[in-house]
Design a protein around this ligand. Structure first.
Ligand code: NDP
Length: 294
């Protein structure tokens, strides 16, 4: 690692599974890594590997020019950094929050940081803890580009791909929310599919290989249909929304025949039916993006 002092030391606040993975990657990269967690004890393995464990967050942030905070949400970020001694110790230093929350919370933290002479970048981690320190990790960043450039050598120690999206501090959280929307909606769909399959005597293990096949259909569709949404023209040539609504109705009927809660699929079918009711029956399914928007 470079010998520039700003790039040879880092502090990690928050030692949940992700915070521990980040601190571990910094250690592996040879950075002087100071760690703190609200509940003591979680730093032990990191300290054995060479991290400096400290008793207070003010001590932790004073140890490095760059502090990475990775906790459950921005309420927790606030609880740690918006206390006199910590705020004072952070003055003139940089905070990178790799904490998931809404774009507005990121903007709020940035306003607070600016008011207290603290430089701030916001980021989102899009991959699990096991990817940290490997080429598979994906990080999104937003905030001042020159600040990002300055700290990029340290952030690179986390491995993977780092993308600076925009100066707008809320942009990383906006991507995070949108991408997690896909993930959790898909996982809810998978849970529902498994419940319906089980009621029909099909085990999760039996369905899984075919479920994977459905998963592979999606990535090319994401690319192809992006143009529809951006242009506001929803071609339903090969798969009109009327056909999607009919398919969804079958799922609702099959699930409810087994007494399975079909409220998620009912909501999706409802959006498709509203699109049809408004004269868009021959459009493609993503017309519902317009139907659900104000
Ligand atoms: P959690 O989201 O469960 O966060 C746990 C951490 O938050 C602990 O350090 C905990 O401290 C701290 N914390 C919670 N409330 C407070 C509080 N009021 N004051 C101070 N500290 C608090 O675990 P992860 O480490 O997995 O996630 C951290 C962030 O990383 C989250 O925003 C998550 O969405 C994101 N992320 C996680 C991924 C993963 O695979 N785990 C993947 C991608 C992103 P304590 O130990 O004292 O409770």
């Amino acid at each position: 690692m470079t010998s520039h002092p700003e790039q040879s030391a880092v502090t990690v606040l928050g030692l949940g599974p992700m915070g521990r993975a980040l601190a571990g990657a910094f250690l592996d990269a040879g950075l002087r890594t100071t760690v703190w967690n609200r509940t003591p004890g979680r730093e032990e393995e990191l300290v054995e590997r060479g991290a400096v464990g400290v008793l207070s967050p003010e001590e932790a942030v004073a140890a490095s020019g760059l502090t990475v905070v990775c906790v459950v949400n921005h309420d927790a970020v606030d609880a740690i950094v918006r206390r006199g001694p910590v705020t004072d110790a952070l003055k003139g230093r940089t905070v990178v929050s790799l904490t998931a929350d809404t774009p507005d919370r990121a903007r709020n933290t940035a306003t607070w940081a600016a008011e207290h002479g603290i430089e701030y970048l916001d980021g989102a981690i899009m991959t699990p803890t096991t990817t940290i320190g490997t080429p598979g990790a994906v990080f999104l960043h937003s905030g001042p580009a020159d600040l990002y450039r300055r700290h990029r050598p340290v952030l690179d120690a986390l491995g993977g791909t780092h993308t600076h999206l925009a100066e707008d501090i809320g942009r990383a959280a906006a991507y995070d929310i949108a991408l997690l929307d896909i993930f959790w909606t898909a996982m809810t769909g998978y849970a529902h599919a498994l419940a319906v399959a089980r009621a029909e005597g099909v085990t999760a293990r039996e369905l899984a290989p075919f479920a994977k096949g459905i998963g592979t259909i999606l990535p090319p569709l994401f690319e192809q249909l992006a143009e529809d949404v951006d242009s506001g023209r929803f071609s339903g040539e090969n798969n009109p929304i009327t056909s999607a609504a009919s398919s969804m109705a079958h799922i609702v009927h099959a699930a409810e025949a087994h007494g399975i809660d079909a409220s998620v699929m009912r909501a999706a079918e409802g959006l498709a039916r509203r699109a049809i009711g408004q004269g868009h029956g021959t459009d493609g399914f993503l017309r519902i993006t317009e139907i659900m928007s104000p």
